[in-house]
Write a protein that binds this ligand. Structure first.
Ligand code: CP
Length: 383
């Protein structure tokens, strides 16, 4: 009996050995799974990515180094199947060109797959106070359900989707993060656009490998639309995080959130940079190394700074600042500055064609870099 059992165990282990050997040889010869994964895959495993301010300068610099590495592989057409079989859920409450396509292309290039989720085609994920029977579903539930199917949840929510209550879009993303057991990625809310900030810093570092002390002008520029605070806020945060001399220029009423300015001041002190505010676009441009003129909305027309949402009032107010436009004459005042904009730029309002299409423009580099930085973060948190 004992002999028989041993014999069975022996035969069983022999069988397992040959199966393992066969699988290994198949992988070695043909499967991307056979590639040894770089050490950065999974380096920040499970972490949410909601705001660059949640990460140290070293961590952000590390992400950017990997982004440059992934860009080189992309340019050389070297495969990077570092996330085989991984699934990214993308929930867009707002439209997108760059964000959607760079995330979707990025996860595919890493060997994974993206699901595009339109909130109106699922039961719209909602905070408890916004729930409508059989039309919405609690974010706490959606987050836990998706956590059982895949490997990260990416969300974009601002403006009408967050009812123009400033901070509510970020609250939605925080609610997802609170309940998800997989990483949550902020694809832009009403306060922050962290992947844009990474892409922008990658473009800056490509021009100025050490950006410390370089003057970055984040300026209001007029648009006929109502845009969120996310990009200027993330820009001043990442600029000060890298010790830049940040100048924020805007007309009266376009102040950023006090908490963001406080955080930027702390970063400036810590990393040897500066942050100053002016109400004059022309003065701001003088001696600038980089200019980032773009629109955002005047807070005083929206809760919690106003008792109700007044989009018409905000539009009428900003119509008084149509002269805040980036022109060659303004660029002449700079230190041969590079022009930046996250896109989509409102041509003829925020900037004239001659600047955005000119030799000093980094507009398309910024757009491209979205792909590389997102791939770097996905590798680090989803691996
Ligand atoms: N900059 C940016 O987020 O672009 P999209 O709105 O096209 O995604």
């Amino acid at each position: 009996m004992h002999k028989k059992t041993l014999s069975y165990a022996f035969r069983r282990s022999l069988f397992n050995y040959y199966v393992a050997k066969r699988v290994k040889s198949t992988l070695d010869s043909s499967s991307p799974l056979s590639l040894s994964l770089p050490s950065f895959v999974g380096e920040m495993r499970g972490k949410h990515f909601l705001n660059t301010d949640d990460f140290s300068q070293d961590e952000v610099a590390r992400i950017l180094d990997l982004s440059f590495q992934l860009k080189r592989s992309f340019d050389d057409r070297v495969p990077t199947p570092y996330l085989p079989g991984r699934t990214l859920f993308m929930l867009f409450y707002n439209r997108s060109l760059r964000t959607r396509n760079s995330f979707e292309a990025g996860i595919y290039q890493l060997g994974g797959h993206a699901h595009f989720l339109s909130p109106s085609d699922v039961y719209t994920p909602a905070l408890p106070e916004d729930s409508v029977p059989y039309q919405t579903e609690a974010i706490s539930d959606v987050s836990r359900v998706l956590s059982r199917y895949g490997d990260a949840i990416a969300i974009r929510v601002y403006g009408d989707a967050s009812r123009w209550i400033i901070g509510r879009g970020h609250k939605v993303i925080q609610e997802f993060a609170r309940y998800a057991s997989i990483p949550v990625l902020n694809m832009e809310d009403d306060l922050y656009h962290p992947f844009q900030a990474l892409a922008d810093m990658m473009a800056i570092k490509n021009v100025f490998p050490n950006p410390q002390g370089k003057r970055l002008v984040v300026s209001y520029a007029y648009s006929g639309g109502l845009k969120p605070l996310a990009v200027p806020q993330s820009s001043v945060l990442i600029g000060t995080q890298f010790g830049m001399d940040v100048v924020l220029a805007h007309p009266p009423g376009f102040e950023l959130e006090e908490a963001v300015m406080e955080a930027a001041k702390k970063k400036a002190d810590r990393y040897g940079g500066r942050i100053r505010v002016t109400n004059d676009m022309k003065t701001a441009f003088e001696g600038a190394d980089i200019v980032y003129p773009k629109a955002w909305s005047c807070k005083k027309f929206f809760p919690p700074y106003s008792p109700s949402v007044d989009k018409a009032g905000a539009s009428a107010y900003q119509d008084g600042f149509k002269d805040w436009i980036c022109t060659p004459e303004l660029m002449e005042l700079t230190n041969k500055a590079r022009y930046m904009h996250c896109g989509p730029a409102d041509r003829g309002m925020e900037v004239v064609d001659e600047v955005i299409d000119g030799p000093q423009s980094l507009y398309f580099e910024e757009a491209e870099n979205r792909l590389h930085v997102q791939k770097a973060v996905m590798c680090m948190v989803m691996g």
